[in-house]
Design a protein around this ligand. Structure first.
Ligand SMILES: *[C@@H]1O[C@H](CO)[C@@H](O)[C@H](O)[C@H]1NC(C)=O
Length: 297
């Protein structure tokens, strides 16, 4: 091997080793006030549990009060403190963000986990009025409400040099068929908050933003949707557990990392690169993958 080659290998190995070092300090969570949206189930619910276990004061929110009550009870149990609470809010309606005020957080908000999102059905876009109605709903819930909520809570986050963690998706990086609305809402979400991260720096703000690129996660809803979609009882590709994905999002947010993949799928990076150098081929590969999945091959 040439000397340059050896240097390259050493650099690469050091980089991989560096990426594997876990520099997260659980103590950074203790005493923080955290709002987790979409926390009645799935990844949001697990985020709430992780934060509570690590000593944060958690505010959970979602539409279903009965579920929120259970999540708060579990948070109390995990932390041994009755400090957690819930706010019932429907993030399809922008005026609902007004339910969150300084007093919701006793005057101090340190971390905003923007996690809520609406999973549309896996269907082709035909341009029917139904599709437009659905699209408006998806964009409101998955994108606009995040912008409204972050803007409303920014003064509080500024005071605490806070952190924002965003649960986006691989579909916010790679468009796929059957999910045009969902995919575009997640693209908007990732782009807005990645741009805002730079706007904040330019304004001298110390609020950080972490864009979470979440891959296939075995939440109850996702698994049942997928089973219906591909028509078989098992899921043919690797999925992360909601617990692990939530922990990856929590750590990256607390470490103020710009971006995190959870779970990390090497195939994704390949498709991302392919889309840059050969977009037609990338489209073909994605379509082909999608079709063989549907046919259960
Ligand atoms: C679009 O609307 C048609 C007619 O209601 C429906 O069959 C199709 O599944 C819809 N597609 C999406 C993406 O919602």
């Amino acid at each position: 091997m040439s000397r340059a080659g050896a240097v390259l290998v050493v650099l690469l190995a050091s980089y991989v080793a560096y990426c594997l070092i876990d520099t997260f300090d659980p103590e950074t969570v203790r005493g923080k006030t955290v709002l987790v949206t979409g926390s009645s189930s799935g990844i949001g619910e697990q985020l709430a549990y992780h934060y509570a276990r690590l000593g944060a004061n958690v505010v959970v929110t979602g539409r279903r009060e009965n579920l929120l009550k259970k999540v708060v009870a579990r948070c109390n149990e995990l932390s041994g403190k009755q400090v957690h609470k819930y706010v019932v809010a429907d993030m399809n309606r922008m005026d609902e963000v007004e339910k969150f005020t300084e007093s919701t957080f006793n005057g101090k908000l340190d971390v905003l986990m923007l996690n809520h999102g609406y999973n549309e059905l896996l269907e082709l876009w035909t341009g029917h009025q139904d599709n437009l109605t659905m699209h408006e709903r998806v964009m409101n819930t998955n994108f606009m409400s995040h912008v409204f909520l972050a803007s409303r809570l920014m003064p509080l986050l500024e005071k605490s040099s806070g952190r924002i963690g965003v649960t986006s998706s691989i579909l916010g990086v790679i468009p796929m068929p059957f999910v045009a609305s969902y995919s575009s809402s997640k693209h908007a979400l990732s782009s807005f908050f990645s741009a805002l991260r730079m706007d904040l720096v330019l304004q001298g703000s110390s609020v950080s933003i972490t864009n979470g690129i979440v891959g296939s996660t075995a939440t109850e809803r996702h698994v049942s949707e997928l089973k219906k979609y591909i028509g078989r009882p098992d899921i043919p590709f690797a999925t992360g557990t909601p617990e692990d994905v939530a922990m990856a999002l929590l750590k990256a947010t607390m470490l103020r990392q710009s971006e995190v993949f959870a779970p990390w799928l090497p195939a994704l990076s390949f498709i991302r690169i392919l889309r840059v150098i050969a977009p037609d081929l990338a489209d073909y590969v994605i379509r082909y993958g999608e079709q063989s999945l549907r046919q259960g091959n």
